[in-house]
Design a protein around this ligand. Sequence first.
Ligand code: ATP
Ligand code: BTN
Length: 330
Amino acid sequence: MNMARDADILRELYQVGDDGISGAKLASRLAVSRTAIWARIEALRRVGFDIEASPQSGYRLNAAPDLLLSEDLVARRGKIRIIGDPIQVFQETRSTNALAERLGRDGVKEGAVVVAEFQTQGRGRLGRTWLGSNGKGVLLSTLLRPPLRPPEVTRLTVMGATAVVRAIRRCTPVEPSIKWPNDIMIGSKKVAGILTEMNAEPDRVRYVVLGIGLNVNQSACDWPEELQSVATSLKIETGQSVHRAALTAALVEELDRDYCRSVGQEFGLVLDEWQSLCSTIGKEVCVQFGERRIEGRAEAIDTDGALLVRGDGGHLQRVTGGDVSLRLND
Ligand code: ATP
Ligand code: BTN
């Protein structure tokens, strides 16, 4: 299968929309024969693309299947600088973070994205398990080689969270918020989580894997009972299915934009946006971080993404990880 060509054909079809494009024009734009175009259109139809062909308007794409396909994701995403080249899709894997880590060890260049329809050992924060339902969520990891020092890598979790929120806003009417450090919430339920894993020497980052799990078309019954009270999906919130390929392409674009800002001079802008989306700031919180328990008012995050909590005695404490809950007297 000629991957690049399928992505090119789909990109042209997305661009012309309802106007359609003739086989001859498509063939000349892509510098291939009309027969080659016809063969690829047939192959795309076989995987579920509804492509109409008429003598008046030529080929027209009526609908795309709810599948994550690398050619389709490449066709949908706009121009990117780093994140999204290439995009590989796997039907099933242990964990997309583990796959991206492998790419990191193998010396692959930064920006590579891996997506899976199903994970057998999805990893969450603090050694937990991420439960994604087959074919209903977005499970994505990207390999990064940021020019940052190890303590600055928290920036990437911050930028990941703002990118997830913007992608959700682009594709749905939902307004998510961020719960420090990296939970994306709709109301009091979690719709997405981020797991940033780093491979570093004491003063040098070798690579970072930024993993995102996003609940899209799950119904409550797709999850075990204990998750139903803490998790939600975009479909549960909007009552409608969300097209996962469109959402994934939007997410890749937003990640690319925020990554470039975060490793450049514009991390302050990302941080401001993050703070405006964060429901934790200004609240009375309790943070459990291993054996440590910190209580007080969450005032801000610092430039490395750590949470600054003003304790009851008035002193400011810097928290770099853990689980946040609201204090009942808030
Ligand atoms: P522990 O007892 O170690 O604290 P746990 O009881 O929370 O773990 P795990 O199965 O290790 O159980 O982790 C599941 C947790 O991860 C859930 O409580 C939930 O917060 C989160 N989680 C996992 N998958 C999802 C998902 N798809 N959507 C939202 N949250 C999820
Ligand atoms: C969390 O605990 O909130 C973080 C969850 C991160 C889950 C995603 S799913 C894609 C990627 N691969 C993994 O194994 N984990 C992350």
